[in-house]
Design a protein around this ligand. Sequence first.
Ligand code: HEM
Length: 126
Amino acid sequence: LFTDFSASNIGTPANRRLPFYAQNRPDALGYAANPAGASFVDLGVGGFLLNGHPLSQPSAQDPRWVVHAADNNARFRVPTLRNVDKRPDPTFVKAYGHNGYFKSLKEIVHFYNTRDTLPRCRADAI
Ligand code: HEM
C-alpha cells in the first residue's frame, strides 16, 4: 500500500493525552524525559536534523544536517498502510499517526477531508 517514502507535514494535531507532556520533573534516577513539559513541540524530521538523536553516532548533532532543519520542521515519515487495520480483535482500539492522535481510520480520513476547510482545533482540545 502507498507510501512515497518521503516525510510530510499533514497537520496531525498534538496528542495531549500522551503522558510525555507531564514528564518534565526528574524521576528517582534524576531523569526528566521531557524538560519542556506541556510546551513541547515535536519538530519531527526538523528536530532530528537540528538536535540529532541521543542514539546517533558518532555525534548527535551534525552541522551538515542542521542547515536543512528549518525546511523539515513538523514533517513525519509517510508510513506504509500495509496491515494498517490489523488488530487482535474487532473491539481493539488502535491509534494512528506518529503520536497516536487518531483513534480510527474513519477519523484520519475525515481529518484529510476537512482539515483545510474547518476552523483550527482549540489549543487545549484533545
Ligand atoms: C486517500 C489518501 C490517504 C489515506 C487514506 C491516508 C491514510 C493514512 C493513515 C491511515 C495514516 C496513519 C498510518 C499509521 O498510523 O500507521 C496516515 C499517515 C500519514 N500520511 Fe496519509 N493517507 C492518505 C494520503 C496521504 C498523502 C497524499 C500523503 C503525503 C503527501 C500522506 C502522508 C502521510 C503522513 C506524513 C502520515 C504520518 C502522519 C503522522 O505521523 O502524523 N498521506 N495516512
